[in-house]
Design a binder for this molecule. Sequence first.
Ligand SMILES: [Cu+2]
Length: 414
Amino acid sequence: MKIIKDKVAKLSFVAVLMAMTAAMFYAPTASAHGEKSQAAFMRMRTIHWFDLNWSKEEVPVNDTMTISGKFLVFAGWPETVDKPEISFLNIGIPGPVFIRAGSWIGGQLVPRSVSLELGEVYEFKVLLKARRPGDWHVHSMMNVKGGGPIIGPGKWVTITGSMSDFVNPVTTLTGQTIDLEKYALDNVYFWHATWFVIAFAWLIYWIKGPIFIPRHIAVSSGKADTLISPLDKKVGLLFGIGTIVLVAGSMGATNDKYPVTTPLQAGLLRGMKTYQMPEPTVSVKVDDATYRVPGRAMQMTLTLTNNGDSPVRLGEFNTAGVRFLDPAVHVDETGYPDDLLAEEGLSVSDNSPLAPGETRTIEVTASDAAWEVYRLADLIYDPDSRFAGLLFFWDANGNRQLVTVDAPLIPTFI
Ligand SMILES: [Cu+2]
């Protein structure tokens, strides 16, 4: 009876081991990447992305596209998130469906981390090369050390063709041209298989003899030493020496084959070039802001003063990449993602041109299903429920100015 139980235990141990091994090779395709579950305050009060452009909606394998635009590093950065002193301009995609062929901030190549200043606007561009066919949600993204990935708006892009055609040729510093996609792949397979076989042999050897309960009994009764035979010691020594010889030998051979290597480059770029927006001439004071839960609408009472010399009108409120527009002032024709664009989502109690020198208090309502769909309304459950965003004003000549708002938000449930 004991022998049968022991066999069952051993068999189930092997089964678990095989299941774990199989799980290692199983990688299901992710269709979304959690942009909606990122805390609303993170999306509303850290990096504000605007003027975004995805150069293509459909791109064949090996062809390139760009994502470009601007971002404002919000001055009212939350205290709970580390400042963007070490940040990396990235792209939010489900795995390596594109490769990032280059990225630029203010025209400067940024293959490494950068230091960003609060309150500044930066222009950026990311060049992508299509790799895996499919429909992919492509986001701008900023990785901030101590803050995590801060995701920007996403747009669906289709990659056509076949992944087997994908090539990624690069010329090394020693003048050799290699295809990074397949470079040294045989070697990668070889070493994975080799260590897998060695590790598996090690495990199989040690699950011989009594396992679990008999061993536990031996150990707790002070007879642990009897569990290890002289043969076990020899086998252990053999595995140990074999591993050292294998590592030392292959390392020597690799050093002979590749005499010139440089470490992966890391570092921090400071003093990035900022983008100068025209100095705003409108001053905005948020008197009051409420979010009406049943109406999926945010209402702000704003007192505007025009200190400039041309009349202006409010045309857009942008928060977390969701854009609420007043179509009488501004219509978007850049192909911005539909789900993030409320073309008629902004209504203003009196949006007649605000004359130079005039001060006016207006009621602004930003309403759209996006408040719920993009889970921005979750903001009202935060201990510090504040909202923030960008207001864009236009004059009759199409000159635009940007004013940021940052104020507490009070929910109403009726
Ligand atoms: Cu997405």
